[in-house]
Design a protein around this ligand. Structure first.
Ligand code: F0G
Length: 467
């Protein structure tokens, strides 16, 4: 099946393991390498692609935004994601997202004025960064003539796949979610966009295992981030971050880590930009786990697991997972989007950490929710998982790993309205009276609540409160 011929194509699939390095055409639907079982990447012969000589050249596309490909915040960088014929691209205007400086959040993190930036991916059509990748996966599904597509999800991937399928009307969609903690905003999206929604009695990892099996048995196109075409679209967040900084790389990019697709895509994007000499320096990346779902943190920071030029210590990973199973430890966090035990892109993320001289941290639900309230107070609503980035940046600053003079970009991955229950529970709490949803999760204090004030329907009473 593997053929060296594909290495001469402009784009081909390449096993991520340098020790295997098997190659496959982009006209094959694969989610793992048939030779060694590792994940696949897209690889390009850049000399066959008309890559602009400067990132600034992409700015010209702002003036041709009536072309849907130039309007898309993913495909206006299409020479850096060059796998699709233009007439096959499925786009719904994803990636219209912005980088914003926030001194309010900067003060909270404790970096110098002007140095804290938020990349607000919640502005995507389905309200999360997943659309950046789903346009890539949907495009490849279309290239392959897929009739049905599926994913497992903690909520946002399913909402994203559902919106693409309903807009493009090219394939049927089935999404698998755990029956536990999917936030209602996300579940409601999958239902409203008409996706067949299967709630498995189990968590994300159970849903992930089942969807892989189902896709194999029924020849359904799998849209989880094991799919290398999805990760190609997710590289675009990095391009937009750089664009927002006038093409000057920041010192740090801080991103929440769940299934680890996003951080993996960021590492690949940065490596490619450096190889193409479009940037001269690679920023450091910090991947932030929720403490209740901290497999990457445990493996990378506590047990020293490294990419090691592709020679990853599989036995260490397996023994860690066995230990988790024996202790019956399952991921549990109010940041439900990242409540994942066995991240499928673990090794890709290790590679990204090696490329970026990266670090991993874990933050508690309390830290996450306090950071979320600060982000909201600064005018950028986000869901709990997203706020892990700001909480992580604050922690790294307190440790002295991030300096006050560093330029820091935190990725806000999902919109505030995805999980209003978490927001209301936080703001309704006070010392000694923490909302049950929060206290059940171990949160016993809230630093920045903004409680609704109950009042009788009488003008004097209302004015009393305002005085
Ligand atoms: N933030 C949000 C809002 C997410 O929905 C996710 C992942 C992440 C961060 C973590 O990103 O998986 O690339 O490391 N959500 C997936 C889902 C798992 O099914 O929607 P990652």
């Amino acid at each position: 099946m593997s053929t060296t011929l594909t290495k001469t194509d402009a784009a081909y699939q390449l096993c991520m393991s340098p020790q295997c390095a098997a190659t496959f055409g982009i006209d094959e639907i694969l989610t793992t390498c048939p030779e060694c079982g590792n994940l696949l990447d897209l690889s390009y012969n850049w000399d066959q692609v008309a890559v602009p000589s400067s990132l600034r050249d992409f700015e010209a596309r702002w003036s041709t935004r009536t072309n849907p490909l130039d309007f898309s915040g993913v495909w206006r960088f299409r020479e850096l994601i060059p796998f699709a014929p233009e007439d096959k691209i499925v786009t719904i205007g994803e990636g219209q997202t912005i980088l914003q400086q926030s001194d309010r959040v900067g003060q909270f993190v404790d970096v110098n004025s002007g140095n804290l930036h938020l990349q607000y991916e919640g502005l995507n059509p389905s309200g999360s960064f997943k659309d950046n990748g789903m346009t890539g996966a949907s495009t490849h599904a279309r290239m392959m003539g897929a009739k049905a597509a599926a994913c497992a999800s903690t909520g946002n991937t399913s909402a994203s796949l559902a919106i693409y399928a309903s807009t493009a009307q090219l394939f049927e969609v089935v999404v698998f979610v755990g029956s536990g903690k999917i936030a209602f905003g996300k579940l409601s999206q999958a239902l409203d966009f008409g996706a067949k929604t299967i709630q498995i009695q189990g968590d994300f990892d159970d849903a992930m295992a089942q969807v892989r099996e189902v896709c194999g048995q029924r020849s359904i196109y799998l849209c989880n981030s094991v799919n290398p075409f999805r990760l190609e679209g997710q590289k675009s967040t990095i391009y937009r971050v750089l664009e927002g900084l006038n093409w000057e790389p920041p010192d740090w990019i801080v991103v929440p880590g769940g299934n680890l697709g996003n951080s993996s895509a960021f590492g690949k994007a940065l490596r490619e930009l450096k190889e193409l000499r479009l940037i001269d320096r690679i920023p450091r990346m910090a991947v932030i786990n929720a403490a209740g779902a901290n497999s990457l943190y445990e493996l990378h920071e506590e047990r020293g697991l490294r990419w090691n030029n592709g020679d990853v210590d599989d036995a260490l990973i397996e023994s860690f997972y066995d230990e988790m199973d024996r202790a019956e430890r399952r991921a549990s966090t109010l940041a439900t989007a990242i409540e994942i035990n066995r991240p499928v892109s673990l090794k890709r993320c290790l590679r990204a950490l090696a490329i970026t001289d990266g670090v991993v941290r874990q933050v508690s639900d309390e830290q996450i929710l306090d950071a979320k309230a600060q982000i909201g107070g600064g005018g950028f609503g986000c869901e709990p998982a997203s706020a892990a980035s700001v909480a992580g940046a604050k922690q790294l600053r307190a440790e002295g790993v991030i300096a006050p003079s560093d330029r820091v970009v935190c990725i806000l991955t999902g919109h505030q309205l995805k999980d209003p229950n978490a927001t209301v529970a936080y703001h309704s709490s006070e010392a000694g009276a923490i909302d049950a949803k929060l206290s059940d999760a171990g949160v016993d204090s809230v630093a920045f609540p903004n409680r609704p004030v109950p009042v009788e329907n009488e003008i004097e009473k209302i004015l009393e409160i305002l005085d």
